[in-house]
Design a protein around this ligand. Structure first.
Ligand code: 6PG
Length: 246
């Protein structure tokens, strides 16, 4: 928590955390649309953001977002068919994107049907089309991230290379029973964002979270520590159970 623009916000449970995240999402969208005419957001997979996505699809949040100017990207994807329950795009589609008036050309999913290497290269080209020079990728207005029990975030897993210069990577990683073949954005992309929000809930993550936030700097073993925006805001939204080891 060294960065002055890092904040920790604590909530009673996942419901109150998700409500507050929905407010921040609306605020980020409004600010980005006013300031530069569009809102570029990188969504996360995992179960934690499901409630947030469902809230955003409902009133009052749905009516407060200018969907015409929102562009949805993903921080990572599991390389399974798009109708597979484990597909991150499918999850966001079913809980949010198909329920709002978002133009289909504003959905920029990772092509999970391709071989991971190819999908990573393809997504780097997608990012380039939205790039903020001199970067080869956009400065996202908002990045949503989760954290695994092992400290991974997006598909940056413990033991993977820390100093990656490419914007995307193909990854093979075994976590719980989830698909192992993945594509992820890398810290150079995440860290150029204007705002990054971690959503963390559950007792099973509490020790790792305490290590990530208050332990020594071990970015190789705790990939969530690789996330440190260079000129942006980092907000950890954490529920009581996840915060129980602080
Ligand atoms: C993925 C992710 C991943 C996720 C964490 C937390 O696609 O698997 O984006 O980084 O955010 O594993 O997942 P939960 O929210 O399910 O705990």
């Amino acid at each position: 928590m060294a960065n002055l623009r890092s904040q920790l916000r604590l909530f009673d449970n996942l419901n109150s955390l998700s409500l507050a995240a929905a407010e921040l999402f609306v605020q980020s969208a409004a600010r980005a649309t006013v300031e530069h005419g569009r809102f570029l957001v990188a969504l996360s997979g995992g179960t934690t953001p499901t409630e947030l996505y469902e809230l955003l699809a409902q009133l009052p949040y749905r009516a407060k977002i200018d969907w015409e100017h929102l562009h949805a990207f993903w921080g990572d994807e599991r390389c399974v068919p798009i109708d597979d329950l484990e597909n991150n795009y499918r999850q966001a589609r079913d809980t949010l994107l198909s329920r709002v008036r978002l133009p289909s050309q504003n959905i920029h999913r990772i092509e999970s049907g391709l071989e991971p290497d190819q999908a990573a290269e393809d997504y780097a080209r997608v990012l380039k089309r939205f790039s903020t020079p001199p970067l080869d990728w956009p400065r996202f207005d908002l990045v949503l991230l989760g954290m695994g029990e092992d400290g991974h975030t997006a598909s940056l897993f413990p033991g993977s290379e820390v100093n990656v210069s490419s914007p995307t990577l193909a990854v093979t990683a075994y976590y719980q029973n989830r698909p192992a073949s993945r594509v992820t954005l890398t810290p150079v992309v995440f860290n150029s964002a204007r705002r990054i929000i971690f959503l963390v809930s559950g007792e099973s993550k509490s020790q790792t979270l305490a290590n990530v936030l208050y332990g020594g700097h071990q970015p190789e073993q705790l990939p969530a520590q690789r996330i440190q925006p260079t000129d942006g805001e980092l907000i950890w939204m954490v529920d009581q159970t996840a915060a129980s080891k602080f």
